[in-house]
Each structure stands twice: as C-alpha cells, then as structure tokens.
Design a protein around this ligand. Structure first.
Ligand code: M6R
Length: 589
C-alpha cells in the first residue's frame, strides 16, 4: 500500500509532471493523501494535499515547484490520520523521504531522537526515519552514510526513496518486503511497480529485500545488505505493463468486467499445465486473501471432487499464526492478483520454511512480483493490468488457471473452458438491462444476503464482498444449507436475498433452501438457468443465464454479481474505482 515514485532528470522542464504521471498510475495503492518533493539548485521544496491526487495537482498549479530530481507519494494511512501533516514526503532540513511499509521500532527511535532535541510534526512512523537521517548528517555523516546508518537501525517493512539537499541528481532507495522497481530509459526512475514507470523506461531492475540502490541521471548502482556493490539483471519492459487508460468506459471496474472474455482466452493460451505438476502430490494447500481466497475456495471443490486430492484453503492472514503442520507431499498454491500481498507472501514462506519438501506454486497477475519470484513454479494470469480496487477480471483469470489444473485430464471440460469466453460475452450482453433494473431495486437496501451451495458458495461470498467494498451496503454470503442454523433469523420482507441456483448436483437442495427463504421474505432474487426458470414460479424474481456445464458455473455466475455491485455503486454515486479506506495492493499485515 502507498505508491512511491522517484525520477532523476537532467532538466527542470518536466520533473513535476513526470512524478504526477507516475503517481496517477499508483493511486490504486492508496489515495488518502499525496505529496511531492523536488530538489532544485540545493533547495528542497515540497507540496502535499489531503485526498486524491487531483487535490495535489490543484495545489501545484496554484503554487508551482520544479527541480531536476523529484519524489512523490500517494498514501494509504497506517500511522496517523490522512492529514496534510501526515502526508509524505517527510522532510527535514537536509532530506526528503517517501516510504511504503511500516517501521516497527519507530517508537523507540522517536523517543531517542526527542531526547536528543529533535521535534516531530506528524504522527507517522516515516518521519522518524527522515529525522534519524537528519541526526546522522548533523553529527557529520555524509548522505550516503546517513542512509546506510538508517538502514542498519530501522526494523519493519519498507520501500524508501530519499533525496538529499547536498546531493544533486541522485535518489537513494531501499527495500524490505515492500516493492521497488528501478527503471532505465529517457529518465532514470524508481517506482512501486513497473507499470508506474513503464512509460519512462525500456528496462527495469527489481530490488530484492535487503538491497539498496543509488540512482543517478544515467545509471544506478546496487548494493547488498552489507553495502557491497552488486550487479543486477535488467529486464525489458513488456506491453502488458502499460495501462491503456479508460477508453470508452466511465470506470476501470466496468472496463475490467468487460475484458473478462479476453482474460480467459489469454490465460488459457499462455499457460500449459506441466504433466508432473501433481505427481506425488498427496495434499494441496491454497493460501490467499480476499477475492483470491474465494478463487481458492472454488478450486477446493474442484480439486477434491475431480482430482480426489485433499485440499485446504487458508486465509493467509490467519494461517501462519496458528503454526500449522505441513505434511510431506503438499503442493502449496499462493493465489494473488498483485503478487505482493504481504499476508500471502509470508504464509507461503512459512509453509516452505516449515517443510522444505513441499513445492510452492504461485498464481499471479503481475510478472516478476515478489510472490512470483518466491515460488518454485508460476502460472501467470493474463488479465492485464487491473486498476479497479474491486478485483474482477483477475478473479476470472485465477479461476481459469485453477480450472486448467483441476481438469487437465478432462478434455471435454477443457473444451467448455475454451468456449467460455463466448459464454462470458453472451452473459455480459444479455443480463445488462435486467441487472440495471435489479440495481435500481436494491441500491437503497440496508443489507443484502447472498446464498449459494457447493462451488457457488464462494461466488456468494465474492458477490457480497464486491457489493460491500464499493457500495458500502452491508452484505453477507452464506452457504445456503447453513442458513437454517442461524442466519435465517435475519430474513424478513425488507431483506433482499440473492440466490445462485444453476441446475447442477446440488440443485434440488438449493431449491429447498430458496423456498425456505421465500417463505420468510418477499424479496428473493434467483440467478438460475432454463431448468430453474421452470422450477421457480412467477412469484420469484429471476435472472436466467445460459445453461452451462457444471464445472464452469462459478465463472459464469460471478459475472452478474460483479455487474450488480458495479451498478449499485454507480447509482449510489460512489467512487467505484477508489472505494473508501481501501487500496488495491495490501502490503501491510
Ligand atoms: O493482490 P491479491 O489478489 O493478493 O489481493 C488480495 C485481496 O486484497 C483482494 O482480492 C481484495 O480482496 C480485493 N479488493 C477484492 O476485490
């Protein structure tokens, strides 16, 4: 969380606009406040603003700055409210610093600096790092020494980008757990991800944990944790890193929902399941968070039912803290859109460190992400850059890879999967108006329940998550059979109940559960197919989807759930792509 950027340029012309452009591509990581600092002729200057980047842009228009080196930050608040004082860059007399991560020992460092007479103007952990470097300079250290001394004392997660008043045209950056990419091109640049700097460079270097770099106008030098110079391999910037913008769409979320047929197509073409992937695998352990976790839940139904491999799906944030045992023969699968969710990364590392015999597979949408680099095997989902905070096409692509694994030896299902992009197109065009009407019916609801069984249960959870994260309506997904054990008490005529009921193995059971709900509340909405259409009378609100093979129903039924959440949020006037309190990539525990 938090997006950071740094650019070293020979000229003063465009540094501010280049930093702002980079930040605009990183806003998905946080948008509580934004700030920029530049160095010009030995002067550090800074502008900061609360809220989205446009507020900072307005401020810069009223009160411009320029320089030959600049750093910028878009914040997702951890320590201290989203105020201007707490916005980055943190600046002292001699240094300006932006940070992504959490400094765990900030309190003891701060107490010691206060004892030495230093003052603080923010509640952030980051300011401590800037002030610590200032204290080193005050004691006679050079900027390089101050940066290195700081790296020796800070504990926690960080990506730092710093500029020093006395060092023209140089950026210092370092990483532990939070990502940093260095770009080589027309300008030298540094960013939280490759796509934020892709427009400025042709090649990138991914910094690893413990490493730091000094980036100058035409080059960069890299150091390991002992500050010995090291060589790093450069990688070409590829087209998939480029965010092509909104095009004809009003929001990224809608654009990304509509891109799902292509995401499935490209993911199928790009991946081949190695014949020995499941050789000697006696158990599968899936680790993920949020929407990716729900993709894992779907996969569990598939892996157990069709591959007959016992499968656990674990919320990565909970997993390692209960010190689980990992059996020999376990295949660990980490699922992640961003490839940098710290909970997932740490859970995967825990699994590997507990049993070095287990193989670790990552399913990631971001090439060379931390999680992709940490795994033994990687399958990349080819959803393309996903900007909307609410994940849609990445989820679809994750399900595609997981289905390819589950059905690798069932050509008839793989054929259905290859045809799924056409079904996906059909659904997108056929349900749009009905979903629009349903959204009008639901957008003033206080709370909504989603019900599903079997592989549609995770889709009920996903539908509820999509709705709550962008429309702020309370929503909960339940396993339909579990309703009668408690949650049914919630149902009355005012509570909309959305039921996912394709005609598959558990159809009859699901029909009974829906009847039971209908007997207690009048606002029951059923998503079903032609068989369900005949089964449920006209007193039910129904949205009828095409008949689809049972294995592909989770992929199909999530589409109207995404559209519904999107349309409800738009009707409510919410900021769909940047919902409150959230960030796309979650790099704090
Ligand atoms: O990048 P990841 O897939 O690891 O992210 C996991 C979750 O943070 C993410 O899916 C989150 O739940 C989304 N906002 C859901 O739309």
């Amino acid at each position: 969380m938090c997006g950071i950027i740094g650019i070293v340029s020979g000229s003063k012309e465009d540094i501010v606009s280049s930093v702002i452009e980079g930040l605009s591509k990183l806003e998905y990581r946080g948008y509580d406040s934004a700030g920029i600092a530049v160095l010009s002729d030995g002067n550090l200057q800074r502008r900061r603003a609360v809220g989205k980047l446009e507020n900072l842009e307005n401020k810069l228009e009223e009160d411009p700055i320029n320089g030959t080196v600049g750093i910028g930050h878009t914040r997702w608040a951890t320590h201290g409210k989203p105020t201007e004082e707490n916005a980055h860059p943190m600046m002292t007399k001699d240094v300006a610093l932006v940070h992504n991560g959490i400094i765990e020992n900030y309190k003891s460092l701060k107490d010691s600096l206060i004892t030495q007479g230093y003052n603080f103007t923010s509640q952030t952990d980051t300011e401590v790092v800037a002030v610590y470097m200032q204290s080193c300079i005050d004691k006679g250290s050079s900027p390089r020494e101050a940066f290195r001394q700081m790296l020796k004392v800070v504990e926690g997660t960080f990506a730092f980008v710093a500029i020093f008043k006395s060092v023209p045209n140089k950026i210092f950056c370092a990483k532990n757990k939070s990502p940093i990419v260095i770009g080589f091109g027309k300008n030298m640049c540094v960013g939280s991800d490759a796509s934020s700097i892709a427009g400025n460079c042709d090649e990138v270097v991914y910094l690893s944990d413990g490493e730091y770099a000094e980036v100058t106008e035409h080059d960069a030098i890299f150091f390991d944790e002992n500050f010995c110079e090291i060589k790093k391999e450069r990688q070409k910037v590829t087209d998939d890193l480029i965010n092509e913008g909104l095009g004809q769409y009003p929001h990224y979320m809608l654009k990304e929902i509509m891109e799902q047929p292509n995401a499935v197509r490209k993911t199928i073409v790009a991946n081949e399941i190695p014949v020995d992937l499941l050789k000697n695998v006696s158990r599968i352990l899936i680790l993920a968070c949020g929407t990716s976790y729900y993709a894992g839940m779907v996969a569990r139904y598939w892996f157990e039912k069709y591959l007959k491999i016992p499968t656990n799906v674990e919320m990565a944030s909970e997993y390692r803290y209960r010190f689980p045992v990992i059996e020999n023969g376990t295949l660990v699968i980490g699922i992640t859109q961003s490839g940098e969710t710290i909970d997932t990364l740490e859970a995967m590392e825990y699994a590997r460190s507990t049993n070095s015999n287990c193989r670790v597979l990552a399913i990631s949408n971001v090439k060379n992400s931390a999680i992709a680099r940490s795994a033994d095997v990687v399958f990349y989902t080819e959803a393309g850059v996903e900007i909307g905070v609410a994940s849609t096409k990445a989820f679809m692509a994750q399900l595609t890879v997981l289905a390819m694994i589950a059905f690798h030896d069932r050509p008839e299902v793989l054929n259905e999967l290859r045809n799924f992009p056409n079904i996906c197109d059909d659904i997108l065009s056929s349900v749009n108006d009905e979903i629009e009407n349903l959204a009008k019916n639901l957008y003033s609801a206080q709370s909504i329940i989603y019900l599903g069984r079997d592989s549609l249960y995770p889709i009920a959870l996903e539908g509820a998550l999509k709705l709550k994260e962008i429309s702020y309506i309370h929503a909960e997904g339940f396993a339909a059979g579990e309703m009668k054990h408690g949650p049914i008490a919630l149902i009355d005529d005012n509570l909309p109940v959305i039921c996912l009921c394709p005609s598959c193995d558990v159809f009859d059971k699901m029909v009974s559960n829906i009847q039971i709900a209908k007997a207690r509340g009048k606002n029951v909405i059923v998503f079903t197919d032609s068989i369900g259409n005949e089964t449920f009378g006209d007193d039910f609100k129904k949205i009828v989807l095409p008949n689809i093979c049972q294995e592909c129903v989770p992929l199909a039924y999530v589409i109207p759930m995404q559209l519904l959440a999107y349309k409800v949020a738009v009707l409510k006037g919410e900021d769909v792509d940047k919902p409150r309190n959230l960030a796309k990539s979650v790099t704090v525990e």
